[in-house]
Design a protein around this ligand. Structure first.
Ligand code: ADP
Ligand code: MG
Length: 276
């Protein structure tokens, strides 16, 4: 479990905290979405989860390891994998395969184990055909997959995606997310999806809304649909299809549970129509 207790963080020279008194627990295997407007502290939170940043006040513990303890950082970074919005900063080697191997070599694993993990990770993200390609000759989506392969090969317990699909087209975005969720199902990796896209955040089991360095709401995606004030204060909008469900409900349609996507809305409308 990742536990944040009373975490406050100021960037050097800042007069207002980027995060203020954050308390949060993240369970192994959980699918958590973190959403909120630009500058609300999402990326700062992500960087605190694996010790890239240390809290000024409070504590962050990963499976009992304190990120403020320099001796624990290597073990913490093995447990908490991160993929960022811009993969270029994460890709370092001459070929895709070398790039995935890089982190594993730093772990001091035997060569046969490294080879097996590289093959598995590249195959998992669908890049096995491009193993020998230099990373800079990959498309944006392929680079993002490669960054993900590098992280998956480390066999993390927690995977943090900080707007990792933001620069991709919708098809690639969905493919990568599905791949990640498959790893979650098969290996029990916790997924912490940081996204300002509500469509994505609504897929999670639990959602967290951030605003001005604080967590202003946490709950299940189906409940946030009713949180007009939380959404408005954070400058967030429901996806059009969810908003449509809401306005139909206000007009007296008996929709049952809040439809969270077009498929669900179509299903309840069909049910209503065929009852006539
Ligand atoms: N490296 C930095 N140095 C100084 N201030 C920063 C830095 N990174 C982010 N901030 C500030 O911290 C706050 C939170 O930023 P961030 O965590 O990046 O938000 P988000 O990811 O939600 O857009 C913002 O006010 C931002 O300007
Ligand atoms: Mg950010």
């Amino acid at each position: 479990m990742i536990v944040l207790q009373g975490v406050t963080f100021y960037y050097p020279g800042a007069t207002t905290p980027a995060l203020e008194k954050i308390n949060l627990g993240i369970q192994p295997g959980e699918f958590l979405a973190v959403t909120g407007p630009n500058g609300s502290g999402k990326s700062t939170l992500a960087r605190l989860l694996n010790g890239l940043l240390r809290p000024g006040e409070g504590r962050v513990r990963v499976d009992g390891l304190d990120t403020g303890e320099p001796a624990s950082l290597v073990a913490i970074r093995r447990r908490v994998g991160m993929v960022f919005q811009d993969p270029d900063n994460q890709l370092v080697a001459a070929t895709a395969a070398d790039d995935v191997a890089f982190g594993l070599e730093n772990l001091g694993l035997p060569p046969a184990e490294i080879r097996a993990r590289v093959d598995w990770a590249l195959k998992t993200v669908g890049l096995d055909d491009l193993a020998d390609r230099p990373p800079h000759q990959l498309s944006g989506g392929q680079k993002q997959r490669l960054a993900l392969a590098g992280v998956l090969a480390m066999e993390p317990r927690y995977l943090v995606l900080d707007e990792a699909t933001a620069m991709l087209d919708p098809v690639a975005r969905e493919e990568i997310l599905q791949q990640v969720l498959k790893q979650r199902r098969e290996q029990g990796i916790a997924v912490i999806l940081i996204s300002h896209l509500m469509e994505e955040a609504l897929l999670a089991d639990r959602m967290l809304v951030m605003q001005a360095g604080k967590i202003t709401w946490t709950g299940q995606p189906r409940e946030i649909v009713h949180q007009d004030r939380v959404l408005a204060a954070a400058g967030l909008r429901l996806p059009a299809v969810v908003a449509l469900g809401q306005s139909l409900r206000r007009r007296g349609f008996q929709l049952g549970e809040n439809p969270l996507n077009g498929e669900e809305l179509a299903r309840v409308l069909w049910k209503l129509a065929s009852r006539r």
